[in-house]
Design a protein around this ligand. Structure first.
Ligand code: SF4
Ligand code: SF4
Length: 297
């Protein structure tokens, strides 16, 4: 049976998604809706057109090929894209040479991806890197993750899984035997505040983290640090206290909020939910990191 999953992006030369130089595979589809989501194009599991109006040259190729008349270039050159008519066939993206239109979410199988991932195998070997599956939420597709990790394992390539852990335990159980490193987000220690910020409480995440302690897979925790949302001393200390009870956690990283994703919300036609806050200073990030260093052995 062929397993295909909607892929938003295959990002080469990634250096923040696990050790060494890596290729990160971003799947589409996520059970959470974090206010500060940096990958809004990965929220929906459905393929969708990304439209970046500033790149449009007004060449009208998209207008000519769209079977649903979703594109119209007005007299004054203004590009009107009626997303509600789009069926994501990809024809317009195929003729848009300026990069204004791209199809996000092309279904790919582990076998197809493997060829692309092997192109950088020398970088993985020299740097101690490998491949990370991220998203979106990869564990919405455990059979896909397992199959891709098996293929990579045969090539002796390091395999990391970047997950919110907001998934049924059975998904972890399937993938763990082929996984070398887990990267797990911990967004907020309080269940109800977690629900307000992400759309789901954190009970399942905490329970999965506890159960993972029985397995020999190292865990790197990633704290999205969003000033004013999860950074009071009480919130940080509660998070540090919980994480300190998890012996498989080998590292806690603080990922500072940034607003670079703002243009992506417009490109996929989503309401921008990014908090209107400044990125924290390097000193502030270091102070938060120090809280976790001091409290997590
Ligand atoms: S094909 Fe691309 S550049 Fe040409 S009109 Fe359409 S969006 Fe603009
Ligand atoms: S993806 Fe297909 S249906 Fe959607 S706008 Fe482009 S050509 Fe039209």
């Amino acid at each position: 049976m062929k397993l295909s999953v909607p892929i938003a992006e295959v990002k080469r030369m990634a250096v923040h998604d696990g050790p060494g130089v890596r290729t990160t595979v971003f799947v589409k589809g996520c059970p959470l809706h974090c206010l500060w989501c940096h990958n809004p194009e990965c929220i929906s599991a459905r393929p969708e057109i990304m439209f970046r109006a500033a790149r449009c040259t007004g060449c009208r190729r998209c207008e000519a090929v769209c079977p649903n008349r979703a594109h119209r270039i007005a007299e004054e050159g203004h590009h009107i894209f009626r997303r509600e008519l789009c069926t994501a066939c990809g024809a317009c993206a195929g003729v848009c040479f300026s990069g204004a239109l791209t199809l996000c979410g092309k279904p790919m199988t582990p076998e197809t991806l493997l060829g692309e991932l092997l192109e950088d195998v020398d970088f993985y070997r020299v740097s101690g890197g490998g491949v990370t599956i991220s998203g979106g939420e990869p564990l919405l597709y455990p059979a896909f993750c397992l199959a891709l990790f098996r293929l990579l394992g045969r090539e002796k390539i390091h395999r990391a899984l970047d997950t919110s852990a907001a998934v049924p335990w059975e998904a972890f159980e399937r993938v763990l035997p082929e996984c070398d490193l887990l990267l797990i987000d911990f967004k907020h220690p309080d269940p109800e505040r977690h629900r307000a910020l992400t759309g789901m409480d954190n009970r399942q995440i905490r329970e999965n983290l506890r159960r993972l302690q029985a397995f020999d897979v190292p865990i790197e925790i990633r704290i999205p640090f969003v000033p004013g949302y999860n950074d009071s001393p009480r919130e940080l200390e509660a998070a540090a206290e919980f994480l300190d009870s998890l012996p498989r956690v080998t590292r806690v990283r603080v990922l500072a909020y940034h607003s670079f994703a703002r243009s992506k919300y417009a490109a996929v036609g989503r309401r921008d939910t990014m908090p209107q806050v400044e990125s924290p200073s390097r000193e502030r990030v270091e102070a938060v990191e120090q809280i976790f260093r001091a409290n997590c052995a």
